[in-house]
Ligand binder design. Structure first.
Ligand code: PRP
Ligand code: URA
Length: 219
């Protein structure tokens, strides 16, 4: 399985990620969401280079131009709620894509808040059969939400290719995806790989709770 960490090369994504991580920038949710969206746009552009293309003739007012355009049918999938601004970035780039949504939230299962259970409650998706499935979720921590989200989407067909797109991944999350998704057709994309998680399963240094930073705290 290919793992593409975009922070290995210098690009403007590193500036967006620096702001996403910064506790002062985080005070402004609009800026925070906008930076997540911008990482989504850049990552979508990088993924676009890996698609299959076909030629097409386009009639301009002055003649005919032969252009090479993506042939793959793309489904953009995301996991509520933190995935929404990231999904929007992908949709800004792949504006012809189908869209799929699943809800998953983590809840501690012990009093010490060291173990998390994941709840999936909502699924809305077109068929993903034969499509290029891009699942965008900013955090790949334990990998549990991504696994359950992927399995929920799988009930609606078998994708041709799978791109797991996140802003920050952990080595544990990456290993989890390697064990649970098909090796020969999956690529993991991230803007950084952080060293690990704390005892509450938050990524360290990470940036905190993605959903709360986008939309405020929940009960
Ligand atoms: C965040 C994030 C992922 C999940 C990653 O969602 O958007 O879905 O955590 O963690 P995991 O890899 O350990 O499963 P969260 O559960 O905080 O829900 P929210 O989007 O509703 O805030
Ligand atoms: N989910 C988050 O929102 N943040 C983390 O650090 C881990 C999971």
């Amino acid at each position: 399985m290919e793992i593409i960490d975009l922070s290995k090369g210098n690009s403007i994504i590193n500036q967006y990620l620096a702001e996403i991580r910064d506790v002062n920038y985080q005070q402004n949710r609009l800026l925070f969401r906008n930076n997540i969206t911008r990482v989504g746009e850049m990552m979508a552009y990088e993924i676009s280079k890996t698609l299959e293309y076909e030629t097409k003739d386009v009639t301009t007012p002055l003649g005919v131009s032969r252009v090479s355009v993506p042939a793959d049918k793309i489904i953009l999938a995301t996991i509520f709620r933190a995935g929404l601004p990231f999904h929007n970035g992908f949709l800004n780039v792949f504006d012809h894509a189908g869209n799929a949504f699943v809800s998953a939230y983590r809840e501690y299962t012990d009093n010490e808040h060291t173990e998390v259970g994941i709840h999936v409650e909502y699924l809305a998706t077109p068929s993903i059969d034969g499509k290029t499935l891009i699942i965008a979720d900013p955090m790949l921590a334990t990998g549990g939400s991504m696994e359950l989200g992927y399995k929920a989407f799988l009930t609606k067909g078998t994708p041709k290719r799978i791109h797991i797109a996140c802003v920050i991944a952990t080595p544990d999350g990456i290993d989890h995806i390697k064990k649970t998704l098909p090796d020969d057709k999956t690529t993991i994309w991230c803007a950084a790989v952080d060293p690990g998680m704390n005892e509450h399963k938050y990524i360290v240094p990470g940036f905190g709770d993605a959903g709360d930073l986008c939309y405020g705290s929940k009960l």
